[in-house]
Write a protein that binds this ligand. Structure first.
Ligand SMILES: Nc1ncnc2c1ncn2[C@@H]1O[C@H](COP(=O)(O)OP(=O)(O)OP(=O)(O)O)[C@@H](O)[C@H]1O
Ligand SMILES: [Mg+2]
Length: 373
């Protein structure tokens, strides 16, 4: 939907954009990232013609934007600038309704838009619509900046480091909101940031720029797995150490703290251990420590006899997997199966650990977004 073809730009003798070509598909969340001065803002501003290329073409929906009236063009493009930029002498409602009013929407229409948008970000109309920006927190001002860009429902929204100045908690909350809004309203978003964590979290596609060129354009998973250069690796920082979800093996995602008991253990003693571990099933081992099977609490309650050995109740129903299996392969197995976990075995059939839904989800989350320190 947005196509750059051999776009270059210089300021004086400095080449700021060097023959950029790329394409953004409709409905995608695309993030431009890279060091300060690499040309992110310049690229963004070309999309709504605030900056003109020296050479090359930019197309939106197949139409060369230089052949379009700039005012018309900008109506279809929301823009959130680097420093919020709310009009200080206007209320929240007036700020959000600027573009709808320019487009001559009737009053009832723009008022209901304002109301709806404020509701989407949990800022009730009655409480906030008539406040001035100076009466809002930084995070609230940012929200209004985002809403203003969305008010006329443009298919494309450009956002230039919209959350740069926020504390981490507010930033997290706003990232969530923007991602939800994008999914719900199906916008094409081009978003600039310095922050790789933000990029990995939000983007469908990341465009990594350096010195006016694109070093890599890829999905977050792909960039984590195969960063195209050292500077990208550096930006990834701690994220690079964790592998993408496709690279995870069972042994990376299993839990190793698991209750294991010998076959010969008496039922009563076994119940006592399960109680202390707060679990409702155990792994049972043969004399040579190899895997014998599992016993569920219900089986003990139904068939257990106090003086008997736990080995009598063993079942082999719980699926087992090898620790060298790909995590991705066991994901479906776990999600589709009625079992709450899978037993992970070493090559010699001793027990390595368990995979639970929680352990798997957590590991995939860490691979995608980096371990929370
Ligand atoms: N109006 C201008 N006149 C002269 N030089 C400019 C102008 N705008 C940008 N530049 C230069 O162009 C280069 C790219 O600037 P741009 O604002 O696109 O960088 P950026 O990647 O957005 O950086 P940041 O992360 O710091 O916002 C920089 O070297 C900058 O100094
Ligand atoms: Mg910038």
């Amino acid at each position: 939907m947005i196509t750059f073809q051999n776009v270059s730009k210089s300021y004086g003798r400095k080449l700021v954009l060097d023959n950029l070509s790329f394409e953004i598909k409709e409905g995608q969340f695309v993030i431009l990232i890279g060091p300060s001065g690499c040309g992110k803002t310049t690229t963004l501003k070309m999309i709504n013609r605030l900056v003109k290329p020296d050479s090359g073409e930019i197309y939106i929906n197949g139409i060369n934007i230089m052949e379009q009236n700039p005012v018309e063009l900008r109506r279809g493009i929301g823009y959130v600038i680097q420093q919020i930029g709310l009009f200080p002498n206007m209320t929240v409602e007036q700020n959000i309704s600027v573009v709808p009013k320019l487009l001559k929407y009737p009053k009832e229409r723009w008022q209901s838009i304002v109301r709806e948008l404020l509701e989407m970000v949990n800022m009730p109309y009655e409480e906030y619509a008539h406040k001035y920006p100076s009466e809002l927190s930084g995070g609230q001002q940012q929200r209004i900046g985002v809403l203003r860009a969305l008010a006329a429902s443009p298919p494309i929204v450009l956002m230039d480091e919209p959350f740069g100045a926020l504390d981490p908690i507010t930033r997290d909350a706003l990232q969530e909101e923007v991602k939800k809004l994008q999914k719900k309203l199906k916008k094409t978003i081009v978003f600039v940031t310095h922050d790789m964590e933000e990029a990995l979290r939000l983007a469908d596609t990341i465009v990594f720029m350096d010195n006016g060129r694109i070093l890599q354009m890829a999905s977050p998973e792909e960039m984590l797995r195969n960063p195209a250069s050292d500077i990208i690796k550096e930006f990834m920082g701690r994220h690079i150490n964790s592998r993408g979800p496709a690279e995870l093996y069972v042994e990376d995602v299993m839990r190793t703290r698991v209750l294991k008991v010998p076959k010969t253990l008496k039922v009563l003693e076994c119940l006592d251990r399960m109680d202390r571990w707060e679990v409702n099933s155990v792994i049972v081992l043969n004399e040579d420590d190899t895997y014998a099977g599992t016993v569920q609490l219900e089986a003990i309650q139904e068939h257990g006899k106090v003086g008997h050995e736990i080995g009598e109740l063993v079942s082999q129903d719980t699926p087992t997997v090898s620790r060298q299996c790909k995590a991705q392969e066991v994901l479906d197995q776990l999600l589709d199966s009625p079992y709450k976990y899978l037993v992970v075995l070493n090559d010699d059939r001793t027990v390595a650990g368990l995979i639970t839904r929680t352990s798997l989800t957590k590991a995939i989350g860490e691979a995608l977004w980096g371990a929370k320190s």
